[in-house]
Design a protein around this ligand. Structure first.
Ligand code: NDP
Length: 331
């Protein structure tokens, strides 16, 4: 069983030395258990916060632990009445080729309806995060302006496209000309701004002539600073993630309470699992329909082989990925 374990806590950016790739025997499922073979491993920004050795909203990883992560897996062996060999599921097996499951917290995937990798992407956790955060907290109305950074990525790409489906104006922020062109031309955002441009703040102001009604927060940092003066009264800010702060221990982005008061802002943090039980079935139905009718597009960045996971993950924190980052672990 090939697996990637955490061997030291990163200081700042993670490096290859923080991980060890090792082989262990393939585990045997007991009564009521399944053996899962990982097909795809999802690499997501939250994994960085688990590496610090301090608990956040979830327990920290201990040194020697297998890195955690969502997976698309195939049932190889089943001693469980609800699952049979060959079933494809979304699991949380982590950075390893095989894992044991007791059958709880698995979601069945229909391999005929979409490529199975999308079950950890546009039709999985990141897509759902965009859907729930935007619609429940952002509540975009027709004609309003919605701004989102990391706009070519797993969450941001879906935020902007759903904003447009709801009749709002979507303004994306992305790093570099290639990602910007993709956001504008393929994802059909109304405008896009490169956060690496020296006059980024001015360009953002030009792209939002009527101000900002919904700022879907993915990054913090200088993007948030440029957004603040453009916020309209009653703007909503779903706080989803803070990409630009994950590598610097503790430094936080902030919106001060006077601005919140004077502009009557709603600033609301969320973790997607809060909404799963109530909204996931509707999301899966709606998103599948939007993909079918062409109003929801997606791009995947597929890396070949589990051994490449550390390098790809380090790149994710630097914007080297282009689309939803997944590792193909087995065919
Ligand atoms: P992406 O696929 O969008 O990849 C991350 C992207 O962030 C990079 O490609 C890069 O894009 C951008 N980025 C990195 N550093 C910076 C920076 N300093 N300033 C601006 N942009 C930066 O990742 P996801 O879609 O998976 O995640 C997006 C956000 O959503 C993250 O903050 C993540 O933590 C959060 N999230 C939150 C969840 C929740 O439940 N609250 C659940 C899932 C995700 P570019 O090159 O375009 O800048």
């Amino acid at each position: 069983n090939r697996r990637v374990v955490l061997v030291s806590h990163p200081k700042g950016k993670p490096t290859a030395e923080n991980f060890r790739i090792e082989d262990a025997p393939i585990p045997t499922p007991g009564d009521g258990e399944l053996l899962l073979e990982t097909l795809f491993l999802s690499l997501d920004p939250y994994m960085r916060t688990r590496m610090n050795g301090t608990a956040t909203y979830a327990a920290a990883l201990e040194l020697g632990d297998v890195m955690v992560g969502g997976t698309v897996a195939r049932v190889e062996q089943s001693n469980h009445p609800d699952w049979k060999e060959g079933d494809v599921v979304v699991a949380y097996s982590g950075w390893q080729s095989f894992a044991i499951s007791d059958g709880s917290n698995l979601r069945r995937v229909d391999p005929d309806s979409a490529p199975v990798s999308t079950a950890v992407g546009v039709l999985g956790m990141p897509g759902f995060t965009a859907y729930a955060g935007l619609l429940e907290i952002g509540q975009p109305k027709a004609g309003e302006t919605v701004v989102v950074a990391a706009a070519s990525g797993a969450v941001g790409s879906v935020v902007g496209q759903i904003a447009r489906i709801k009749g709002a104006r979507a303004v994306g922020i992305a790093g570099g000309p290639e990602k910007c062109a993709f956001v504008k031309d393929e994802l059909k955002f109304d405008a896009v701004v490169d956060h690496r441009a020296p006059d980024f703040a001015e360009q953002l102001a030009k792209a939002c002539p009527d101000g900002i009604d919904v700022y879907f927060e993915n990054v913090g940092g200088q993007v948030l600073e440029a957004v603040k003066p453009l916020l309209n009264n009653f703007a909503r800010i779903p706080v989803c993630g803070l990409m630009s702060h994950y590598n610097d221990a503790g430094a936080g982005a902030s919106i001060d309470l006077s601005l919140t008061l004077f502009k009557s802002l709603t600033v609301r943090g969320f973790l997607q699992n809060e909404f799963v039980e109530r909204l996931e079935p509707t999301f899966l139905k709606e998103a599948a329909g939007w993909i079918k009718d062409g109003s929801l597009r997606y791009r995947e960045d597929i890396v070949e082989g589990l051994d490449k996971a550390p390098e790809a993950f380090i790149g994710l924190l630097d914007g080297k990925n282009f689309g939803k980052l997944v590792v193909r672990v087995a065919e």
